[in-house]
Design a protein around this ligand. Structure first.
Ligand code: SME
Length: 162
């Protein structure tokens, strides 16, 4: 079996999905509907993206993330303080946080026992951290630099609708 990380057409797959992302963002739906549609496109289009969702900074509570639209198994982690788990650490660092094997990450909030790796990409609006895109995979080392670049591009585009 070829490991997912060596799948040769990853770049091609992402180049097919990006126009769909742009179409969703340019549509007339509400922001919440667009974020959900983005989750659906990413979840259905990339077979190693097993949970795709957004955490947004709570405007009412300082340094707290609130679960936004997502596709995948329901999670108990509806509110996450900055610094807690992979999501909270990404919020603290304000940079992409990629974990190859969640069992080796001591500061981790388990969503499901199936999850083996995770990537969290920050979203900025006018230079301010406003939320993040969180993706879990049931495969160890599912994500690489190409995933990171693709998801960072998407998060830059999302900034325009927030
Ligand atoms: N695993 C995350 C929590 C969110 S769930 O994956 C949906 C974390 O450690 O922050």
């Amino acid at each position: 079996m070829i490991p997912i990380t060596r799948t040769p057409n990853r770049q091609y797959l992402f180049s097919q999905i990006l126009p769909q992302v742009k179409e969703i963002l340019a549509g007339s739906d509400t922001t919440e509907e667009k974020l959900l549609a983005l989750c659906q496109v990413l979840h259905s289009g990339v077979n190693w993206f097993d949970w795709v969702g957004f955490y947004l900074v709570d405007p009412e509570t300082p340094r707290t993330l609130v679960l936004g639209p997502y596709v995948g198994a329901p999670t108990d982690h509806v509110r996450i303080p900055f610094g807690q788990g992979i999501c909270g650490q990404a919020a603290e660092r304000q940079e992409t946080f990629m974990v190859d094997d969640v069992s080796e990450e001591p500061n981790y909030l388990a969503c499901s026992l199936h999850v083996k790796s995770e990537i969290v990409v920050p979203i900025f609006k006018d230079g301010e951290f406003v939320g993040e895109l969180d993706i879990d995979s049931h495969t160890v080392e599912a994500f690489n630099k190409k995933d990171q670049a693709f998801l960072e591009t998407i998060c830059e585009l999302i900034s325009a609708i927030l």
